[in-house]
Design a protein around this ligand. Structure first.
Ligand code: ATP
Ligand code: LTN
Length: 333
């Protein structure tokens, strides 16, 4: 809580082109808080460097991610949209929280295990302490809710544990946040391997539908999507490919699985995949045209970054100085 207002906070890494997984699992759900809550949505570039980045690409994607936030309907007048590295309190609080986070806790994080298997040549300390920086992001703003995809639930739960531990020693420091996981779209799977999460860092571009893919590409990718044996459109654990496409279709149309099964009764996978492709392309068209306008105005995006960082810094500074005082750091006035 900040004053009387509840707070929503989330972040997306500028580590690749954003996917419909990022959109359906996270960004699409940010907007609902804009009216009632104080909202902070961050482009987390400091998290992105836990795996090697090409500097020019990281810079470009930082602009792009901010533009996508806005194109997805986040009005910068109603939401604080900003870039993590522009608010130095994040890194400072992360250090402090490192001293309240256990080695064993971080060792149990599945994202750390997955990413260290994938980047075996670069298992750096930042990859390991990634969740403490994420906890700092969240706790700096006295956050109540954190809308994320299901893969981030474990990190938000660790953040809660850190906040509770800190509050036990230094009462009344942090609001303890809750993860909010959308019922549909919480985990969109790869089109090439529906047992794997769709991920922006997947090397196989056909496995992933990007928010900015053009209509033909979207339709082609869905046509090629791996489906299962049989020809029936039915939601079932033994049909992970079809079930994933049904989830995507359901997210974009609002139809239930039953309604979708009924709609495609007697029709084959071909018709169904085409419908999913067309629906997705239609839904993303508005986001894409808005995005192109925003991205063309670099100065506008920079002005937005500056304003967002100033707004965020105000709250971040307050929480950090409260923490420093509680810890016994000398404060000069
Ligand atoms: P990377 O592949 O670089 O790890 P990512 O695609 O997982 O990235 P993040 O920036 O780590 O993306 O995630 C941003 C938000 O999108 C998080 O809330 C995350 O839970 C959500 N998200 C990512 N992928 C999916 C997915 N396939 N389905 C649903 N939500 C997702
Ligand atoms: N770890 C998240 C991105 C992230 C985040 C956050 C999400 C960084 N800081 C704070 C919610 C709140 C991910 O999606 N990989």
């Amino acid at each position: 809580m900040l004053g009387e207002q509840k707070v929503s906070y989330s972040g997306v890494q500028p580590s690749g082109n954003l996917t419909i997984g990022n959109y359906l699992g996270a960004i699409r759900n940010f907007k609902q808080y804009s009216e009632q809550y104080k909202t902070f949505y961050c482009v987390v570039d400091e998290h992105a460097i836990t795996v090697r980045q090409v500097p020019a690409e990281l810079r470009r994607r930082t602009y792009e991610t901010l533009a996508l936030y806005m194109a997805c309907g986040l009005d910068p007048e109603k939401n604080t949209l900003y870039v993590q590295s522009m608010v130095h309190e994040h890194a400072e609080l992360a250090w402090i929280l490192n001293c309240f986070t256990m080695f064993g806790e971080l060792s149990r994080m599945t994202q750390f295990k997955d990413k260290s298997a994938k980047h075996a040549d670069n298992i750096n300390a930042g990859l390991f302490t990634y969740p403490t920086l994420m906890a700092a992001d969240i706790l700096l703003y006295q956050t109540d809710v954190v809308p994320v995809g299901i893969d981030q639930k474990q990190h938000v739960e660790l953040c809660r544990d850190i906040a509770e531990r800190f509050n036990q020693i230094y009462p009344g420091t942090f609001t303890v946040p809750e993860p909010v996981i959308a019922k549909s779209g919480m985990k969109i799977m790869s089109l090439a391997d529906p047992t794997k999460k769709m991920s922006k860092s997947d090397e196989n571009a056909n496995a992933v539908v990007y928010i900015l893919d053009d209509r033909d590409t979207i339709i082609r990718k869905f046509k090629r999507a791996v489906t299962d044996s049989g020809s029936e459109v039915r939601y079932s654990p033994d049909k992970p490919g079809v079930s994933n496409l049904m989830s995507i279709y359901s997210c974009f149309t609002g139809k239930s699985f039953e309604e979708i099964e009924h709609e495609f009764e007697g029709k084959g996978y071909g018709d169904f995949k085409l419908a999913v492709g067309e629906t997705t392309a239609d839904a993303l068209a508005a986001v894409q045209s808005e995005y192109n306008l925003l991205l063309a105005d670099k100065a506008g995006l920079e002005a937005q970054m500056k304003k967002g960082a100033e707004e965020a810094s105000y709250y971040a500074r307050r929480t950090l100085s409260k923490v420093q005082k509680k810890l016994g750091f000398v404060q000069l006035h």
